[in-house]
Structures are given as C-alpha cells and as structure tokens.
Design a protein around this ligand. Structure first.
Ligand SMILES: *Cc1c(COP(=O)(O)O)cnc(C)c1O
Length: 416
C-alpha cells in the first residue's frame, strides 16, 4: 500500500478543527477570546494608516481577532474567498441583500423561505425602496419573475420547512444572465458540509450560525461568505463613479468589502468574541453531528411515512420526495436533519412528548419540534404559509443526537 498523499486544501474535518488556530511556542490550542473594544496604536502615523486602509485592528466593530479566526474557518469550510461573521442569521441575510440592492432594485426569492427572511422582504426592504417577487424556486418560475432591475435571486438549501431543494446551477445561470447574483441561505446544510453552494454557481452564501454551526442551542450568530467569480459589472452600486467606483478601487474584493462595511462597520450588527469562540468550537464537530443527525432523520422519516396515524412526510432524502433527485445531486452526504410530518391532532401530540422538546429552534444537539402554523410561520398570510408547505397539521422536527430508538419510542407513544 502507498501512503495517502496530503490533500490541498485538507478535508473538511481537518480544516474544521485546524483553521484559525495559531501554531508556535506557547500558543493556545483553541481560538483565544479577545475581550476588547479597541486596539492600540503606538504612533499617530499608525493610526492614520489604519483608518485609511482598514486592514489591521483598530476598533472591534470593524475587526476582532477572535471573530476573524472564526471567519477564516468559515471561509475555508465553505470554499469561499471571504466571510463576515455577524450577530445573527437575520443580520447576515439583510447584509447580503443590501450588499447588492438599493432603492429601485428588485429581488426574486423562493416561496419556501425562513419566516424571518420573508419578514425582511415584506416589511423592511420596502422601507428602503427594494421590492421582491416571491415564486416557487423552479427555474421556470424564477426566470419568469426576473425583471430589468433584478439584482438578486435568493434561495434556501434546504427550503424551510417543505424540504425542497433548488437546482442551484440553473438558478445561478438565470441570475447571471439577468445581470444579478445568486444568494443562498445554506443554514440547513451546515457551513459547507452537506452542500457548498459556491461550487454550484452561487455568489453569496449565508448561514444562521445559531443552528448547526453552534450546534448546541447556546449561542447566536450569522455569516455571509462570498466566492471569487462573481460579476458585478451590471450593478450600479459597484460601477457608478467610474475610476472611483467600488469595483475599480476594490476589484475582486468589492463585494466582501461592502458586506463588512455594511453589516459590521455601518450597521454595527457585530458578533461578540465570546460567541465567536463558541461558534468556532461548534464548527469542530459539525461533520460528526450532521452525519449522525442525517442518518437518524432519514430512518425516522421512513418510519413515520409507514405509520398509519401520520399524514404527509416531507424529507428530501425520501424516495417519495419530489426533490429526491435534486437532493442526490446537491446533498450527496446527507439530506439534512429536519423533516416535517402531519399529525391528526398537533396539540395532543405535542403535549404527550416526553423526550422531544417544543422549541422554535434548529440544529440543537437535542431533538426539537415546533408547530409552524402557529409559531415560526404564524405571522405570514395563510396563502404564504401554505405555499411554504405549512398546514395546521404540520409538525417540524430538527433531529438531534439522542439515541434513535429513544426518539422513535417517544414519537410512537405520542402518536398512539
Ligand atoms: C434561523 C434561521 C435564520 C435566521 O437566523 P437567526 O440566527 O435566528 O437570526 C435564517 N435562515 C434560516 C434558514 C434559519 O433557519
């Protein structure tokens, strides 16, 4: 047998525990927490230079070494060029959208959306003169919704909570043909683990790090990662001003620069260094957790599908899912840890659970269930809820790390 050849870059599991950690005599083995609001200059010149170039450390709203180490790790895991880590997934989403849209611009978004993203499109973006058209995420629907002023196509992999899987390559081609970029909220795929949207043509990837990155339900965070190959030559935010334009001055870094400037520097939605530390630690076990959770989710989905008291089960790993073929293409390692199923009496079902917990969160080490109709999707119009695959009977379950047998037994007694 020959020795294995070192991979460059190393595999996901290796980068997840190595990137961002210093090497050398007396260095910490984990990522140190820099509890600091400001960083020292020794001379007037150093301060002036830093404020002009903004490449080092000055004030923690702009950069903090702990947050930077997390950002490096996320960039590596996502296969991207640069990342800005922010306070929440919500902060990441609005930063991604506003990095390419301004008053007069238009977004095409998938109808199977996280409720908070639908809220931004419906309530916040209109205040800034940005409009959105929400359509099913099929290539034909998205193509039909594109307008002259569309700057962003937005999709989720995997869709919440219907478990739909968009054809990322087709959506990227449609966005690019229209002079727009493709943004993908890949929260449900874990940072770069089940899917790397940038490798399928996406320009921007966001995460709610609160979910699988943190992985234990103990911390909030969000991230925006950009790839290398995006084309912003048809977006006036980047081209206006000719020689002085963002694109002329910042080149390939223009998009990443604007995201940091917008989300952190201007709006101040920064991640605390303590949260960055917890999130970096969470990333070290994403691969192990997601492998286990995807396997349990698939076996529970198959069992629920055969249960006489259970109605429709949606999980992209099931052969019965309309998105099964796309899931095989885009989620080859596992089809996620979340499934939905319909029960005849959701109130009775939830009240009887003993192991599973009723919590409106995802990606926890514990298995969490929620009734989307009255909670996560409760504020959306009824038609919007139904378009997202939510009915009054729907239960959403985020599978955790408990023994699969204990989970199945608890579900069985609650359904009895
Ligand atoms: C939770 C979630 C968000 C928002 O993240 P927060 O950290 O709660 O702000 C965005 N997108 C998806 C898919 C989510 O599950």
């Amino acid at each position: 047998m020959t020795d294995p050849v070192p991979q460059d870059p190393p595999a996901y599991e290796t980068q997840a525990v190595q990137v961002g950690i210093p090497r050398g005599l007396g260095e910490t083995v984990g990522i140190p927490v820099h509890a600091a609001a400001g960083f020292q200059f020794e001379t007037l010149e150093q301060g002036a230079e830093e404020f002009q170039l903004g490449q080092g450390l000055s004030y923690a709203r702009i950069q903090n070494p702990t947050v930077r180490a997390l950002e490096e790790r996320l960039t590596a895991l996502e296969g991207g060029a640069a990342t800005v880590a922010l306070a929440t997934g919500q902060a990441a989403t609005i930063t991604a959208i506003m990095s390419v849209c301004r008053a007069g611009d238009h977004v095409v978004a998938s109808s199977s959306l996280f409720g908070g993203t639908a809220g931004l499109l419906n309530n916040v973006l209109p205040l800034m003169g940005v409009t959105a058209t929400v359509v099913p995420n099929t290539p034909d629907d998205v193509r039909g919704a594109m307008r002259e002023n569309t700057r962003l196509v937005w999709a989720e992999i995997i869709g919440n909570p219907a478990g739909d899987v968009p054809d990322l390559r087709a959506l990227a081609d449609i966005a690019h043909a229209g002079g727009a970029v493709l943004g993908v909220d890949a929260t449900w795929a874990g940072p770069g683990y089940l899917c790397r949207p940038l490798e399928h043509g996406a320009d921007i990837v966001t995460h709610s790090l609160t979910k699988w990155a943190g992985g234990h339900g103990t911390v909030m965070g969000g991230s925006v990662t950009v790839g290398e190959g995006h084309d912003l030559t048809r977006n006036a935010i980047y081209t206006e001003g000719g020689d002085q334009s963002l694109l002329a001055v910042r080149g390939v870094n223009a998009l990443a620069w604007r995201q940091r400037w917008f989300g952190a520097h201007q709006l101040g939605m920064v991640l605390s260094p303590h949260s960055a530390f917890l999130l970096a630690q969470g990333l070290e076990t994403v691969a192990l957790r997601m492998d286990r959770e995807c396997a349990t989710a698939l076996s529970l989905a198959q069992w629920l599908e055969s249960h006489p008291a259970v109605g429709r089960v949606s999980y992209p790993g099931l052969e019965s899912s309309p998105w099964h073929a796309l899931a095989r293409t885009y989620l080859p390692r596992g089809q996620g840890a979340v499934l939905t199923f319909e029960v005849p009496d959701p109130a009775r079902f939830l009240a009887r659970l003993k192991v599973l917990r009723i919590v409106p969160n995802l990606g926890d080490s514990r298995t969490l269930v929620v009734h989307p109709w009255t909670t996560t999707h409760g504020r959306l119009p009824e038609a919007t809820r139904r378009a997202a695959g939510v009915t009054p009977s729907t239960i959403r379950m985020s599978v955790g790390l408990e023994a699969p047998g204990d989970l199945q037994a608890d579900l069985a007694q609650a359904l009895a």
